[in-house]
Design a protein around this ligand. Structure first.
Ligand code: PA5
Length: 451
């Protein structure tokens, strides 16, 4: 089985407005969009560094990341990864996918099982206070990640965490315990990191935040957490090759991009990414940023949402089955669980579940997936299936790259620049104005008049 397979046959339900022919008709356009990513002639072409990133990461780069990760692992029970948006979602998603669901029940210990936790992705006073309380009896270190080096949320968190690290370990100790991932030359973080002598890694200029999980942005925290980053990159490199060379019919990124483009053009404005493995929930968060920031512009774009099933069948299931028919669903299916667990026999059979006795829970989950897909398709929600043989570093690397590639293709098919995010600035301007940042006074007065 391929590391990631995309099947789109489920969307051809009787009620579906999209037919196989509609997808086939998109082939030239989708192939051309894929070409644009490779020949660099499309919009936002100064941000295409991610296209060949997996195959161009060198052994030296991976060794350097692993070396700093090993130092942090040796110094700290808890390593706080500070970043927001593309500077944290990828690491969080991969870490959760590849960790045990209950790892947090085991106390973290430096050199053995240090834990990576996240900060700087919000401005919650309570989150910050609770974080500082939670780490007070542990040795800590930090990885601060910001491409611009000026983003407010991580900058506030870093100010607090750095102060704590310096208070505990002194300036020299802090230099051993803090690593920065930022621009090669620009930004406040670069300046500070150079002055303080932190280990630093560069986010390449031509890789935007949401496409940066396979740079040190994602790889450093993941290596600290003990993830096999070589396998992750190898999986992505395999998918890079496949999506660069495979024909339309055999190309998971082109198939996925074509299906969602056809559905959008047929009036399906909302895509729900559904998975049946709780540990893939944050893959959904990463995917939402990737597609939401890439496509949502010029009054266009599919709204990305995500659910974890079967849990959310008991909350969102009603809407998906019978609500507004503007949805389609992309279902991540994992063929083989990592562990075996069978359901036992109960002599009383009060719950009436003895018909399941001897079956693996995974088999019940599989039938739930198939039953749900058919029900949703019959209810008028077209389904696309993304199939993974199992969850491991290689497969997750391939999945991430497939989604990135399909996102670039979809963005070009939509006619937008999939690599900018001008709309993110609006809230920042207002927040600065309301907080009285120098230079924003006049705007601040105007806004206060509206409140
Ligand atoms: O995708 C993006 O570019 C954004 O989500 C950024 O990653 C996010 O705003 C954080 O930016 P920075 O890394 O500059 O702090």
């Amino acid at each position: 089985m391929k590391s990631v397979n995309v099947r789109i046959d489920q969307i051809f339900a009787p009620a579906s407005t999209v037919k196989e022919a509609d997808i086939a008709a998109l082939q030239p356009e989708i192939e051309q969009a894929n070409q644009l990513l490779h020949n660099g002639r499309g919009k936002g072409n100064d941000f295409l560094g991610w296209v060949n990133l997996p195959s161009s990461i060198t052994e030296t780069q991976l060794n350097a990341i692993q070396a700093v990760a090993d130092t942090l692992r040796g110094e700290a029970d808890i390593v706080i990864a500070i970043g927001i948006g593309g500077s944290y979602l990828g690491a969080k998603a991969v870490l959760e996918a590849l960790s045990g669901s209950f790892d947090s029940l085991v106390a973290p210990r430096k050199g053995v099982n240090p834990r990576v936790i996240f900060a700087g992705q919000n401005i919650s006073e309570d989150y910050t206070w609770e974080l500082m309380q939670a780490v007070k009896d542990y040795d800590i270190a930090a990885i601060v990640i910001s491409k611009s080096g000026t983003t407010t949320e991580p900058a506030i968190a870093f100010r607090i965490i750095r102060e704590e690290i310096e208070r505990r370990y002194g300036k020299q100790g802090a230099a051993r315990r803090i690593a920065a991932v930022t621009d090669e030359a620009k930004g406040a973080l670069r300046k500070l990191a150079d002055t303080e002598g932190y280990d630093t890694f560069v986010i390449p200029d031509n890789v935007g935040g949401r496409y940066s999980v396979l740079t040190p942005v994602g790889l450093l925290p993941l290596a600290v957490a003990g993830v096999d980053i070589r396998e992750l990159v190898a999986g992505a490199a395999e998918m890079e090759r496949l999506t660069a060379t495979a024909s339309f019919a055999e190309n998971p990124a082109m198939q996925y991009a074509a299906a969602r483009t056809a559905l959008y053009r047929a009036g399906r404005k909302i895509e729900i990414l559904a998975s049946y493995e709780p540990k893939l929930q944050n893959i959904g968060e990463w995917w939402k940023q990737l597609y939401g920031e890439s496509e949502g512009k010029n009054g266009k774009g599919i709204f990305p949402a995500s659910v974890t099933l079967t849990a959310d069948l008991h909350s969102m299931g009603q809407y998906i089955q019978e609500g507004e028919r503007t949805l389609f669903e992309t279902v991540i299916r994992v063929a083989e669980p990592a562990h075996t667990f069978k359901i036992g026999t109960d002599p009383e059979n009060l719950d009436g579940l003895n018909f399941l006795a001897g079956k693996r829970i995974g088999e019940v989950n599989r039938m739930a997936i198939l039953g749900t897909m058919l029900a949703h398709v019959d209810g008028g929600v077209p389904n696309i299936a993304v199939e993974l043989p199992k969850i491991d570093a290689r497969t997750i690397g391939a999945l991430l790259y497939m989604f990135e590639k399909a996102c670039g293709i979809s963005g070009y098919a939509l006619g937008v620049n999939p690599f900018d995010q001008p709309g993110v600035e609006a809230y920042k301007k207002n927040m600065f104005a309301l907080l009285g940042k120098p230079g924003y006074e006049a705007e601040g007065e105007k806004l206060k008049g509206r409140l």
